[in-house]
Design a protein around this ligand. Structure first.
Ligand SMILES: NC(=O)c1ccc[n+]([C@@H]2O[C@H](COP(=O)([O-])OP(=O)(O)OC[C@H]3O[C@@H](n4cnc5c(N)ncnc54)[C@H](O)[C@@H]3O)[C@@H](O)[C@H]2O)c1
Length: 413
């Protein structure tokens, strides 16, 4: 028989055991928490970034060299290191391997933290690359890369620099103090990827294209759009054609669902036809324009036209990780390749986007953007952004590709 005293001892013994177990558990949890904090800090303080570099064709190698120069200077200033790995794509890959993009190149891109690209392709009328079948031409490499990396979100900023106002076709009273918007376009779904066919129906040739979106495709691009808005002025304009299209009505309801997770962001819906008008009537109202593939294709070209030169336009394609492919919006400009006169600013600004969106280095991205502004303010121009009027030419100084890169490096603060 166990007497009362023994019960008391047993209780004391087990409560001591229990207490020790609780202490051990608490210590383990604390250790885990500290480990987590340490890991978080390590992530934040990561100093070395592995950047895949696709220099490509035409002016590509010239403009990419300047972007790398600026990245290295930023790295030196802010304590980061950028390691580069060259990746072959486009015409140069066709010449070296017979195809525009090899599996090895895809793996190199996949193993990078982000990819910086120049441009690919040649003169479509004269280059032997365009005598090949379409799937072997330079541009097929880019489409394959986008698909392999699941790059579903395309970002194109449209920013009007005060100094380049005269390249803007809009009236001064519409331009005001300039505008700064970001078009976020869905890139892998919608009408361009749906089933299509052309056939004879009752003796009449009939073509069908299908516009399909599922809720997951909409949700992930909407989330990206709101994330980008959080890094900007916190406004999203979601563009659709919900008065006609089912896909747009689903788009609208998914955007509303995602918006609930971003209470700091104000959002509105706008019909695409109205948006096309508003872009030329009052572009200042926009911060992030979030839209599907075809609407985005058209609206991003419209938005970039009102900013002036193609040599100033950066872009990014993102997937649902931090990875991104960053490239200027223009092509390989074979007409000016090798002359040392191409504008490197779009590529340099694409590198700034890489810092901001893939590496979360916002301060560093700001420094590049400010340096670009300052260089323009001081009157330096590449040939494509020279004023057209003779009288105004005297007030600015024309510089080449390398000199523009050097000036931006010198103005980094
Ligand atoms: N993502 C890409 O790599 C991409 C995009 C578009 C076109 N392309 C390819 O590029 C090749 C040429 O195409 P295109 O001539 O129609 O368009 P393009 O953008 O290369 O050139 C159009 C005009 O803009 C000028 N231009 C372009 N970028 C410039 C810069 N950075 N600085 C100064 N001027 C610049 C060119 O000199 C040319 O007069 C084609 O093979 C095309 O398929 C590639």
């Amino acid at each position: 028989m166990i007497n009362n005293i023994e019960i008391l001892f047993l209780l004391l013994y087990y409560s001591k055991e229990l207490l020790e177990t609780v202490y051990r558990l608490r210590a383990t949890l604390t250790k885990l928490r500290y480990l987590d904090i340490l890991r978080g800090n390590e992530r934040k303080m990561k100093m070395s970034y592995h950047v895949g570099v696709i220099s490509g064709d035409g002016i590509g190698p010239e403009i990419v060299a300047e972007a790398k120069k600026v990245l290295d200077a930023v790295g030196k200033k802010f304590g980061h290191e950028f390691e580069y790995e060259d990746i072959l794509m486009g015409g140069c890959s066709i010449d070296a391997t017979g195809v525009p993009l090899t599996d090895e190149a895809i793996n190199q891109a996949k193993n990078s933290d982000a990819v910086l690209m120049g441009s690919i392709g040649g003169n479509t009328a004269t280059s032997p690359w365009y005598k090949l079948s379409p799937e072997l031409r330079p541009e097929a490499g880019l489409l394959k890369l986008r698909k392999s990396l699941n790059l579903f979100a395309n970002l194109r900023p449209a920013y009007l620099y005060e100094e380049l106002k005269e390249a803007c076709p809009l009236r001064d009273d519409i331009i005001g103090d300039g505008f700064d918007m970001m078009i976020m376009r869905e890139l892998t779904g919608g009408l361009y990827f749906g089933a299509r066919e052309t056939k004879e129906v009752d003796g009449v040739m009939t073509a069908v294209d299908t516009l399909t979106y599922n809720e997951n495709e909409i949700r992930r691009i909407a989330k990206r759009g709101f994330d980008i808005a959080m890094k900007r002025r916190k406004k999203v304009t979601s563009v659709d054609k919900a008065n006609v299209l089912d896909s747009s009505r689903l788009w609208r309801s998914m955007v509303e669902e995602v918006a609930k997770d971003y209470p700091q962001v104000t959002y509105e819906h706008m019909l695409v036809d109205n948006c096309a008008m508003q872009l030329v009537k009052d572009p200042k109202q926009f911060d992030v324009i979030l839209t599907e593939n075809m609407f985005g294709d058209i609206l991003s070209d419209e938005a970039s036209m009102v900013t002036g030169s193609i040599g100033m336009l950066s872009s990014a394609s993102l997937n649902d990780t931090k990875f991104g492919l960053y490239e200027p919006s223009g092509g390989s400009a074979p007409d000016i390749a090798g002359k040392g006169i191409a504008n490197p600013i779009a590529t340099i600004l694409s590198a700034a986007m890489m810092l901001r969106y893939s590496f979360d280095l916002d301060k560093e991205a700001d420094a590049i953007e400010k340096a670009v502004k300052q260089v323009l303010k001081e009157g330096y121009r590449t040939i494509d952004i020279m004023p057209q009027e003779e009288g105004k030419k005297a007030a600015v100084k024309q510089v080449g590709t390398k000199e523009m890169g050097d000036l931006i490096v010198q103005h980094l603060q």
